[in-house]
Design a binder for this molecule. Sequence first.
Ligand SMILES: [Zn+2]
Ligand SMILES: [Zn+2]
Length: 372
Amino acid sequence: MRAPEAAGQRVPKQEQQPASDEVTEVAPGVLRMQLPIQFTGLGHVNMYGLVDRHGLAVVDPGMPGRQSWRAVVAALRRAGFCVGDVHTVVITHSHPDHFGGAARLAREAGAAVVAHADFNVPWLGPAEPDVASLEDGDDIVGTTGMAVSDPGRLRVPWRAPGDAMRPPQLPRSVPGPVLKLAWRLGRRYLQAPTPTRLLTDGAAIRLADRDWFAVHTPGHTADHLCLYDPEHRLLLAGDHVLPTITPHVSGIGCGRDPLRQYLDALETVARLDVGLALPAHGHPFTDLSARTAQIARHHDERLDRLRQIGAADGALTVETFSHALFPPGQWGLMAESEVFAHLEHLRRAGSARARRQHGALVYDLAEEGDRP
Ligand SMILES: [Zn+2]
Ligand SMILES: [Zn+2]
C-alpha cells in the first residue's frame, strides 16, 4: 500500500509497472518473481523465492483469488518449481497484496506460515473490533484502531461517531445494500492465513541455507516484518522501504505515534550493513541508507507543510488538512490516515493540540505564543 502523493508528483513509478514474467536470481539462492496486483495504484508485488535443497520458501504470495493463484503457480513453474516444493510461506505484513495468497499456498503445499508475532488482519477477525475502545486510552485520541461500524463502513478515530467512511477503492456510486453484500463476500474472499511460526524482533530463521534475522518495522502496519541476511548483506524490505514510492504510514491500527515508530524503524534498517534491499514492489536497490534518509526527509517536509496549513487556517479537522494537502482524486481513508499519523506525531511532540469539535478531532498547530 502506498502513501497518497501530494499534487504535482504523479509520474509513473517502477512500483506501478505491470508484473513481468521474468524470474531473476537477485542474490545466491534468492529469486525474484512478480505477481500482478491491482491495488492502491500498484502494478505488481514481488514474490521472492528462497531456495534450498528441500525446495523453497516463498515471501508474499500476492492477492487472494483464482487469478492470482494461477499467477503464483505459473511463476513457480517458470522458476522450475511446483506448488509442492514450497515448504514455507513468509508474510511481511497484513496487507492483502502480501498475505492474500498465503492461506491457499500453505494449504495446498502443506507449508509452514511465518509472520511477525503481531500479525493480525483486524477486519477479518471473528468478532468486529470494539468501537468503544477507540475512545479509550490516556488522552483525547485513545487507541488508534479502526472499527467496522456496519458492513461496508469503517469507523475511524478522527471522525465524528456518525461519520463513518467507505473503505478505499469502492466507487461512491455503489448503493448501500450492494456494498454490504460486497463487504461480506470480501471478508470470505480475503482468507486470513494462520501463521504456524511467529517471529519477534531479532529471532533467527533458516531459509535458503542461511540465517535471516527478523527486524520488526512497525508504521506501515503494526506487524511489519523485514528479514535480514548479514552473510549476503540482504534485506527483505517488504513495504517498509520502497525504491521510489513513499510507503504509507498508517494512522490506523499502529497504536500511538505511528510516524515515530516508522521513523525509528527506518533508522533501524539504515544501520544494518545491507548491500541489496529487496522491496515488495519495484526493483531491488543498493543504497538503502540513502533511500531511508530520503523518505525521512519527505516526512519532515510533510510535517512542515501541515504546520503551514495549520498556521494559516487555525484548528482544522483531519479531513480538512488532508484536503489541503492532497488533490481531490486522493481524498479518502488512506490520505486521512496518513495525515492523522503526522498530526498525532506533532501533538505528541508538543507542537499541536487536539480536541473534539462536534465529535470530530480538530488539531490546532498554532505556536504557543500565537494562540489567542
Ligand atoms: Zn504492498
Ligand atoms: Zn503494505
